[in-house]
Design a protein around this ligand. Structure first.
Ligand code: C5P
Length: 245
């Protein structure tokens, strides 16, 4: 049985390393995995990763690389060289870019590459507006599944996908493929600044077969981040009990 703490990744969405470390320290002993994304990495660079790792935490470096294959290869190598255990690329970059990123990450120190299927902030209407999918029923779902398949074939260790698509990806890609799920909300409504559209609960994502969930604002903006993390860990532990190994 995988411990609940292994399944919770807290996003350090902050403009400075100092602020990020305050949340790390607040959650010490409960949370062991943190996500560093574009905001913190742009502000703090590899030193941000080093500072979080120096506290004994595991780092998921979410830079969502999306470029021509050679640039993606080199960026993935540099991202892996920070010591992050996982890095991200956009499947929209295509199969050759995904394979190049996987190769780059291997040379950079062996970080696993997770592929973003479709951002959890996008819904069918927005995807149709940018010409990615038609407006037919199930179009987003089908796109996510197609991208998961392409990511697996390119050598990615797993995908980032919304809680709504976990079950179908697990069925399609099998047990060894990582599914990491952002867009997790355990309370109704995320407030007026919430841009996530394809959301679901942490417990549901885990019982549907996700390996881990990523939570940002729900913990970061809570009056009591430790209590919020404990609620999530309880939900995850309960869901994992019912969903096998
Ligand atoms: O605050 P919230 O819980 O929505 O944060 C989710 C985190 O997961 C953010 O850091 C966001 O960049 C990231 N993410 C996402 N959707 C994806 C990939 C990553 O929300 N498809």
């Amino acid at each position: 049985m995988i411990a609940a703490a292994e399944r919770l990744i807290v996003a350090l969405d902050y403009p400075s390393v100092e602020e990020a470390l305050v949340l790390c320290d607040t959650l010490a002993g409960l949370v062991t995995r943190f996500k560093i994304g574009l905001e913190l990495f742009t502000a703090g660079g590899p030193l941000a990763v080093a500072a979080v790792r120096a506290r004994g935490m595991r780092v998921f470096l979410d830079l969502k690389i999306h470029d021509i294959p050679e640039t993606a290869r080199r960026a993935a190598r540099a991202a892996a060289a920070t010591g992050a255990e996982l890095i991200t690329v956009h499947t929209a970059g295509g199969p050759a870019m995904l394979a190049a990123a996987v190769e780059g990450a291997r040379h950079g120190g062996g970080a696993g590459v997770l592929a973003v299927t479709v951002l959890t902030s996008l819904d069918a209407l927005e995807l149709a507006r940018i010409g990615t999918v038609g407006t037919g029923a199930g179009a987003v779902h089908d796109l996510v599944l197609k991208r998961a398949e392409v990511a697996q074939a390119a050598g990615c260790v797993g995908v980032i996908a919304s809680p709504r698509e976990v079950k179908a990806i697990r069925a399609l890609c099998g047990p060894g493929f990582l599914i990491v799920t952002p867009g997790v909300r355990s309370h109704d409504g995320g407030g007026e600044n919430d841009d996530q559209k394809r959301t679901g609960s942490a417990g549901q994502a885990i019982s549907d077969g996700a390996d881990a969930v990523v939570v940002g604002r729900q913990v970061r903006d809570a009056a009591q981040p430790r209590s919020e993390a404990l609620i999530l860990l309880d939900q995850i532990a309960l869901a994992a009990l019912g969903s096998g190994p």
